[in-house]
Design a protein around this ligand. Structure first.
Ligand code: TXA
Ligand code: MG
Length: 313
């Protein structure tokens, strides 16, 4: 199907991807159509070796080599100057390309078997929640693509960290499970500069409202069951339309539509969060109350996604 220019949903360790032959303009164009994705939002190119990454890039430098050596295959996307082989449609007309060597064995074998790099955004409709299971993909893309490959639940659970190496300063455009701190440590830099406004222009995935469940989402804290109920009541949404995601102050007696107990270490939290949001939507929740998470670099990717999910358009 990929050789024929079709789209296929495939598993990766971060989230499911909507795959097309990255070297074929028409196939990549279809991705934008199926997702309803704005034409200005570039698509990540997936490779299965560092040599394949070098051939997609014309600016593969020592920093890229170091980060690839340390974190690939894995949840890190490296933005570098693109090579002429990559059609403009992949990079939304821009001079740079985001490249990632994913860890999931299926997509690695797929890329090796095809012999071409694979362009793939998350396999959801634009601005909606990313899928971490084949079932999540089926729910929104059923009938729009010829095949969804089920490779089990995504092990990382949130999208890759995107780091920009194409400018004078190294910058994380989208946080993820690989933290800014880890990247800085590998490159021998102490801290990476903050430049949110510029980063937002470079990576539309950083636009505020994104990665959203259908229900409204509020990140908050409560002392006990009655404080939680009071909080819910203040929003005006009846309890049977409220879902709760908690890890410490778990409500005991309640009339909420759904209460999830989510693990309290960052990797397990990341693995579970999108599934819990999908389940809250499925349960018919109008409001999701998420217990606020701790500070710290291990939480930055998760915090970013929750903040975006809670942003009011
Ligand atoms: O984990 C992931 O990254 C997943 C899996 C499928 O690999 N993919 C994913 O793709 O999340 P997508 O399209 O949903 O998000 C890609 C993000 C967007 O925010 C996009 O703007 C940014 O990466 N991006 C892609 N290419 C870029 C480039 N050349 N420069 C700046 N940002 C780029
Ligand atoms: Mg996405």
């Amino acid at each position: 199907l990929l050789r024929a220019g079709e789209l296929v949903a495939v598993p990766t360790e971060t989230v499911y991807g909507l795959a097309a032959n990255a070297l074929e303009e028409g196939a990549v164009q279809r991705i934008y159509e199926v997702k309803g994705r704005p034409a200005r939002n570039p698509i990540i190119v997936h490779v299965a070796s560092r040599s394949m990454a070098r051939y997609c890039s014309s600016g593969w430098n020592w920093q890229a080599e170091q980060l690839a050596h340390e974190f690939w295959p894995g949840p890190l996307t490296i933005v570098v100057a693109k090579s002429d082989l990559i059609p403009a449609v992949v990079t939304a007309g821009g001079p740079t390309v985001g490249i990632r060597w994913p860890l999931h064995p299926f997509i690695q074998q797929l890329i090796n078997h095809c012999g071409f790099p694979i362009a793939a955004p998350s396999a959801n409709l634009s601005n909606q929640l990313s899928p971490t299971t084949a079932k999540h993909v089926l729910r929104t893309l059923n009938g729009r693509i010829p095949l969804i490959v089920d490779g089990g639940a995504s092990n990382v659970g949130i999208e890759s960290t995107v780091v920009d190496l194409s400018a004078d300063v190294v910058r994380v455009l989208r946080p993820g499970i690989i933290s800014e701190w880890q990247i800085a440590a590998v490159l021998g830099i102490t801290v990476l500069p903050r430049g949110v406004s510029e980063a937002m222009l470079k990576s539309p995935g950083l636009l505020e409202k994104h990665y959203s469940p259908r229900a409204r989402l509020i990140i908050t804290q409560w002392r006990d069951d009655s404080a939680l109920l009071f909080l819910a009541q203040q929003t005006g949404v009846p309890p049977h339309k409220v879902a709760v995601i908690a890890y410490e102050k778990i409500p005991r007696n309640h009339s909420f539509v759904r209460v999830a107990v989510i693990p309290h270490d960052p990797p397990a939290y990341a693995r579970a969060i999108y599934s819990e949001l999908h389940l809250s939507d499925e349960a018919g929740a109008e409001l999701i109350l998420v217990e606020s998470i701790p500070e710290g670099p291990e939480w930055e990717g998760i915090r970013d996604r929750l903040n975006r999910a809670s942003a009011v358009s």
